[in-house]
Ligand binder design. Structure first.
Ligand code: C2E
Ligand code: MG
Ligand code: MG
Ligand code: MG
Length: 278
């Protein structure tokens, strides 16, 4: 009996493994096609000045409009894109499209003249030495200045190649592109990054914002992160603001910019045009 159970477990394990492998292969195939068929779209979420409520910029967030499956969120395909290397092509597309959109907004005069666009980049993109040249080229193509663009990077447990990443990041900063540390406080070496990353912005992870009004420790941490950012001459942005209380609290603590469902959800550019019609 024990033997047959063992045999059963082994075959279940194999089944599970092969179906996962199959799922992955299928996903890779579909992602390749998605690039050629232009199935990716960007949503944009507003980022506001915490004090006067002025619109500061938009964060571009990628979605995959997968035929027959609906809108696939990034968490469900970015990891596969990273392990297949496709993230480089997807990432290039995201930067190109975000800058194209910003340039269109600039021409429409609908938004503040200094509107910025923030784009998330994977550590695999930062490990690619071509990124600096590509970003420069795309800025020129869309007639934008380096400071119009912010690149958001997370502190990932697995860093692709630390020394190459440092070189790219320095190159981007030297070119005048804004660098932002995303989800600050959740990575394993947040403070170590601050030693060498020439970042101008720090985004407090939404898990801290969520506990702000209910957890005294979260308040201390948020307040300390804001002080840290300011002492390093960085702008502090709070993400995941979901309530008026959280917003009020962040303003009182001196947080510079705010972003979250309470202020505006990520939406396609076409939906923004309706909201911001004068
Ligand atoms: P992130 O950069 O930290 O983006 C914030 C995420 O939180 C977004 O999820 C956004 O929709 C969500 N969010 C915004 N406000 C609120 C709020 O008030 N409450 C809650 N609960 N959530 C909020 P999304 O769009 O699913 O993106 C998830 C992550 O995927 C992003 O986290 C980013 O790390 C990554 N990602 C998104 N777009 C790209 C991209 O173009 N390239 C790369 N490499 N990664 C991307
Ligand atoms: Mg981000
Ligand atoms: Mg974030
Ligand atoms: Mg995140």
């Amino acid at each position: 009996r024990a033997k047959s159970q063992g045999g059963n477990q082994a075959s279940l394990f194999e089944q599970g493994y092969s179906s996962r492998a199959l799922h992955f292969l299928e996903l890779e195939q579909a992602l390749r096609k998605a690039l050629d068929r232009e199935e990716f779209i960007l949503n944009f979420q507003p980022i506001y000045n915490a004090f006067d409520g002025a619109l500061h910029g938009f964060e571009a967030l990628v979605r995959w409009n997968r035929p027959g499956r609906g809108m696939v969120p990034p968490d469900e395909f970015i990891p596969a894109a990273e392990s297949t290397g496709l993230i480089l092509r997807i990432g290039d597309w995201v930067i190109d499209e975000a800058l194209r959109q910003l340039s269109e907004w600039r021409q429409s005069n609908r938004f503040p003249a200094k509107l910025t666009v923030s784009v998330n980049v994977s550590p695999f993109q930062l490990a690619n030495p071509n990124l600096v040249g590509l970003v420069r080229q795309l800025l020129t193509k869309h007639h934008l200045a380096p400071s119009d663009l912010l690149l958001e990077m997370t502190e990932t447990a697995f860093m692709a190649d630390e020394s190459r990443m440092q070189a790219t990041v320095k190159g981007l900063a030297a070119a005048g592109v804004g660098l932002s540390i995303d989800d600050f406080g959740t990575g394993y070496s947040s403070l170590a990054y601050l030693r060498y990353l020439p970042a101008k912005e720090l985004k407090i992870d939404r898990s801290f914002v969520a506990g702000l009004t209910t957890n005294a420790r979260d308040e201390v941490l948020v307040s300390a992160v804001i002080a840290l950012a300011h002492a390093l001459d960085m702008t502090c942005v709070a993400e995941g603001v979901e309530t008026a209380e959280q917003l009020e609290h962040l303003r009182r603590l001196g947080c510079d910019q705010v972003q979250g469902y309470f202020l505006g959800r990520p939406v396609p550019a076409s939906a923004l045009a309706e909201t911001w019609q004068e």
